[in-house]
Design a binder for this molecule. Sequence first.
Ligand code: UD1
Length: 360
Amino acid sequence: MKLLLIVGARPNFIKVAPLVHAIRAHRGTAIEYKLVHTGQHYDEKMSDIFFRELGIPAPDVNLGVGSGSHARQTAAVMTSFEPVVTAEKPDYVVVFGDVNSTVACALVATKLGIKVAHVEAGLRSYDRTMPEEINRVVTDAISDPLLTPSADANENLQKEGIPESRVKLVGNIMIDALVANLPRARDSRILGELGVTQHAYAYVTLHRPSNVDDVGNLARIADELKRLGGTMPVIFPVHPRTRKQLSETEALNGKSGIRFLEPLGYHDSLCLAESARLVITDSGGLQEETTFFRTPCLTLRPNTERPITISVGSNRLTSMEQLREDIERILAKEGRLGDLPPLWDGKTAARILHELILRR
Ligand code: UD1
């Protein structure tokens, strides 16, 4: 069996790692794979560090598409990926998550008659103003099998009329990466380097266009964070999209308790998420990681495609207007929150391989 594994952006690197390790450990059916990096993310801190920390081999192919508008980026991935699939003729193209590289490669492969397996299928925010929601809906419409992380995803796909035979609940591959990297995350020295102690700081990440593309919005959020910074240190590694906007606000000059950092590697980020008093984020991955750690999490979005992190876990949606009250509510109570959803057990990659072999 031959697989082309597609990665493009930071969360994809985390999701591909367990699958690569499962393929290497697999005995029985011979599995050949090639890793294709579209180049959507390309910086040392957005890409290379994840390959090193997660032990992912260097990509066999790098399409080098870089940044651009949605149409340009998606089109660039499509045109440069097409000759790769044609030459490689894999049994499956495996795509992950919901970034532009995911939908671009799914479209190319399907039209060439190659099966596309979608890992993390079926998630829906039901908010089509989010580019990721468009990417999810389109990718799921044309992929087979649809490998889902939680039962709500199966229900979403059923509502869209997708036959059950195309769908398989395999669990959350992010948690495979988390479980495998936990010892190294716990060895991280980031808390000491930042001079913070367990359960006595807030960990913040923001990069969604709806939060950060409008400078006024971002400044208002930064004001709330400064307020929180009066109570406890606020650790805020800044995504490049956010950095562009933040430098135009006063926030960076604030003599507040906010510590703006460069984007962090995987182990430092996991360590900070596990030990935080609370997390404030708009990232999908952090909603899941805080669920695993049972760290109280406020998601600064009107909706989430990961509702299970709310119904089972430690997550809660918030808004700029609601943020202060929600922070106070969390700080008023001690302790960890929530539970672990079924099949978030570190064994998802093995289930995915099993499924691909069965359906080939
Ligand atoms: C992308 C994904 C988003 C995911 C996020 C994780 C889409 C539509 N969005 O958003 O779902 O949550 O990745 O990080 O695919 N940049 C750099 N260095 C890099 C990459 C990007 O400086 O290595 C800057 C560029 O100026 C670029 C901007 O960040 O214009 C945004 O990058 P882009 O890939 O367009 O989207 P993200 O916001 O990163």
